[in-house]
Design a protein around this ligand. Structure first.
Ligand SMILES: [Mn+2]
Length: 356
C-alpha cells in the first residue's frame, strides 16, 4: 500500500508538496474544485463545512474545463517534488450539475465529463474521484469534538432545510436562480441518473485508462436537505458496482463515511471490495458514533479498528493509495499540518507493523 496526502486547490504548491513528501507521502490526491470561494465561514486551513444558505460557496466557471496543460503541469510539479499524482478528487458542480439534476444542459455536461476524463488520461492521472449526490457534503457542524477539545467536524442531527434553486452538491452554480426550492427527487430516479452517467462515461474512462472512483454519501443519511442519497449503507456500494461491470467502475473508499452508516458492516465491505479489486483509493479516517450524531476523531481514537482495516486490505492484496481524508485541527500555529502529520505518522507505523 502507498501513503498519499489530499490537498485542496489552494494548497497545490511546492511548499505543500514538500510537506507531503516530508511526512511520508509518496502520492498526492488533488482537489481542483475551489470549495473556499465566496464563503468566509470556510477557514482555508480546515475542511469546508459552509452553511445552509450558500453551502461551501460558489462553483467554478462553467465554461472553463480543467485544461490538458493545467493537468499536465500539475502532475509535473508534483513529480518534481518526488511524488506521484494519483487522483483528482471531485468534479466541479459548474461542469456537471445537470447530470445530477437531469436538467436541460445534461448532454453538454456529459460531454464536459468525457472531455475531463480524456484529459486526465492524456495527462497521466489514473483516478478521478467523484460523489454523485444532489445535496452533497451538507449538514455538518464544527466543534471541539475530538480528543483534548480539538476542533473537528460532525453532525448534531439531520438537516432537512430544502435545497434552494441554483444550488447543488453544496455549492451555488447559478446565483441568479429564481427564489424557490428544488422539488424532492425519488431515490429510484437518482439511481437511474447514476446508471445513465456510468453507462455513458465508463467506456470513455476505460479507453482513457482512468478509473472513476465513487465516494459514499457524506454524511450517509437516506435524505439530506429533502433529497435522496445513494450510498448511505455499506451494501449500496455493491449496488453501485452492479450498475456497470466495467473495470473502470471503482470506489473512493471512505472508511469514515462507511463507519458512520447505521447498519454496520464496515469490515465486510473492506473485505469484499478489496477482494473484488474495486477500490480506487482509500480515505483512511476514523469517527465516533453513527449518523445523524457522529464526530470525526483522531485516527487512533474512534470506533474503527484501523489496523484491522489495513490487515483486510493487505490480505486481499490492495496496493493502492491511502490518504488521511480529514483530521481534527491540532492546537498549534499550523493546525491542519499537525493534524495531517499525526495521521500520516500513525499510518506509516501501522503499515510497517503489518509489513506492508
Ligand atoms: Mn471521505
Amino acid at each position: 500500500m502507498k501513503l498519499g496526502l489530499g490537498l485542496y486547490r489552494h494548497q497545490l504548491d511546492r511548499a505543500h508538496f514538500q510537506f507531503a513528501r516530508q511526512i511520508g507521502a509518496t502520492h498526492i490526491v488533488a482537489h481542483l474544485v475551489d470549495y473556499f470561494r465566496g464563503n468566509p465561514r470556510n477557514a482555508r486551513g480546515d475542511q469546508p463545512t459552509g452553511g445552509v444558505e450558500g453551502g461551501w460557496g460558489r462553483a467554478g466557471d462553467p465554461g472553463a474545463l480543467w485544461s490538458l496543460d493545467e493537468l499536465t503541469a500539475l502532475r509535473r510539479d508534483i513529480e518534481a517534488a518526488g511524488l506521484k499524482l494519483e487522483a483528482i478528487e471531485n468534479f466541479d458542480p459548474a461542469h456537471w450539475h445537470d447530470i445530477l439534476l437531469d436538467g436541460p444542459r445534461r448532454a453538454l455536461h456529459i460531454e464536459n465529463i468525457k472531455t475531463i476524463v480524456r484529459r486526465l488520461g492524456r495527462a497521466g492521472i489514473p483516478v478521478m474521484g467523484y460523489n454523485f449526490s444532489i445535496a452533497g457534503v451538507a449538514g455538518r457542524t464544527t466543534g471541539p469534538y475530538a480528543r483534548g477539545g480539538a476542533p473537528s467536524v460532525g453532525m448534531e442531527g439531520p438537516v432537512d432545510d430544502p435545497l434552494p434553486l441554483g444550488m447543488v452538491w453544496n455549492m451555488v452554480y447559478d446565483p441568479a436562480a429564481p427564489a424557490g426550492t428544488l422539488p424532492p427527487v425519488a431515490p429510484g430516479e437518482l439511481w437511474r441518473r447514476l446508471k445513465n452517467f456510468l453507462d455513458e462515461i465508463l467506456p470513455v474512462a476505460e479507453e482513457a485508462g482512468v478509473r472513476l472512483a465513487a465516494h459514499p454519501d457524506d454524511p450517509p443519511l437516506p435524505f439530506v436537505r429533502g433529497q435522496p442519497r445513494l450510498v448511505h449503507q455499506p451494501r449500496h456500494y455493491q449496488r453501485l458496482i452492479d450498475l456497470n461491470p466495467s473495470p473502470a467502475n471503482a470506489l473512493e473508499f471512505c472508511i469514515g463515511s462507511l463507519a458512520e452508516m447505521t447498519e454496520g458492516g464496515l469490515y465486510e465491505a473492506v473485505e469484499r471490495h478489496s477482494r473484488q479489486r474495486r477500490i480506487g483509493y482509500v480515505h483512511f479516517r476514523n469517527i465516533r458514533g453513527k449518523v445523524p450524531h457522529y464526530k470525526e476523531t483522531f485516527i487512533d481514537d474512534g470506533d474503527v479498528d484501523m489496523l484491522r482495516v489495513l490487515a483486510l486490505l493487505k490480505q486481499n492484496g490492495f496496493d493502492g493509495v491511502l490518504i488521511p481524508d480529514h483530521t481534527p485541527q491540532v492546537a498549534c500555529p499550523a493546525p491542519w499540518h499537525a493534524g495531517m502529520a499525526y495521521a500520516m505518522g500513525y499510518m506509516k507505523a501501522a503499515l510497517a507493523s503489518l509489513a506492508v
